[in-house]
Write a protein that binds this ligand. Sequence first.
Ligand code: GLP
Length: 242
Amino acid sequence: MEVVIVPDARAGGELIAEAMASLVCRKPGALLGVATGSTPLPVYEALSAKVRSGAVDMSRARIYQLDEYVGLPAGHPESYRSTVLREVVEPLGLTEDSFFGPDGTAEDVQAACEAYDRALAEAGGVDLQLLGIGTDGHIGFNEPCSSLASRTRIKTLTEQTRVDNARFFDNDIEQVPHHVITQGIGTILEARHLVLLATGEAKADAVAHSVEGPVSAFVPASALQLHPHATVVVDEAAASKL
Ligand code: GLP
């Protein structure tokens, strides 16, 4: 595992956007796995600036969404589908045709999870998966105690994650769904390159446990230690307990 400490979130965003752009230059149809939350926004901003300036042509790239809430109505602004469309797909000048994610509105959620993993395999797998990290060490929505071999499946959010994510739902925890679909840790580990970005002091404990602690289901992000090509990009604040 490679750990890169950058001065701030903006520098982290620029570094990862550069890695994505150079991947797409080498492999125009690359499949980029994207995460939601506040942390990856500087990456998407830096990457869309490169597209606008003509530094990179992303028109053949494909975007895969990592996880999704279950039960929000289609088109809900805080569904991860709407979020990725708004924050990634549209700013990169792509269309919905190049975008795929888990179906959180499906009646048969188990079948939707299996269909997602099948589609991912048929698409050739993820070339670069961008990850954030929860304050409890989760990646995607794999909460502590998720199996390190897990596949895409339905999960129940912990109270801590619902509290953390309430800011996207008018600070009203009642509006935060209890259930989600997430790529499993085993699924995530199949991406060819994993890039985890963590910024801010609130992530310092989770980063220290993930990078320097034992590999453990109690800290899902520690599974990155098992991957042959994992890069952890942290700002000074998130690195403060390393
Ligand atoms: C959610 C997402 C994760 C994300 C995490 C951290 O739980 N499912 O993919 O990494 O939030 O979000 P933030 O970057 O806003 O702290």
